[in-house]
Design a binder for this molecule. Sequence first.
Ligand code: KMH
Ligand code: ZN
Length: 270
Amino acid sequence: MEKLIITACLTGAEVTREQQPNLPITPDEIAEAAYECFLAGASMVHVHARDEEGNPTQDYAYYKAIKEKIEAKCNIIFQPSTGGATWHTPEQRMQPIELKPEMATLSMGTCNFADDVFMNTEENIKIFAKRMNELGVKPELECFEKGMVDTSIRMAKKGILNTPMHYDFVLGVPGAMGAELRDLLYMVESIPAGSTWTAAAVGRFQLPINMATIILGGHVRTGFEDNIYYKKGEVAKSNAQLVERIANLSREFGREVAAPDEARIILGLK
Ligand code: KMH
Ligand code: ZN
């Protein structure tokens, strides 16, 4: 089986320090967390920036600082968010693309997001995809339900998205698709042959979906953006603690973990 790519989603836009005291917030903290995850077996970090007050920001300057600080420590793949927080405008959300990261997220449709709406119109998806294509940034297609996979296939046929595509199935968001095993299987069966995929799942669904993904041959996303607990009632010490558990489980199963340069080859990054 192909080596396992572990993506650490370090901070997110929703989790607070009150909920997770070990949440990395400043560029230095995020870079240090990325390095710890690299040492624990992650080959990619999915990054959301925060400002001095800890609020989510999509400002170019914060992402630039984080990218440079991570690059000074290790060669882990830097994947900024273009999803931001639900209240960010499309223009704000697009800023990290200008850093020309190897990858960036691209959300493939609109859904309810707990009490909010995560708005991704067709027009904006096309604008984001076009700019990523122009700058050579490979999109990780965030699909919160199966209709978003269908949208990606439609857009690939029109040449808006390049193939092979890389997906991230984000399961268990209240308002979108659930995170049962059958939900994951339905997504995996729905993507075009030759695609690569990662699965993320929220809260208590993170670990079982991570484990199913190892067995199914996909790639794992773990970290505080999706889940703050190590186990029921026990807040995780660090993102790296979650990464280390996945790396150990995968190796026990007989599936080796990809180093960043191996992940680059699997994902077709330049
Ligand atoms: N925070 C969510 C509203 C992404 O990073 O691209 C969107 C999100 C997706 O996290
Ligand atoms: Zn995100």
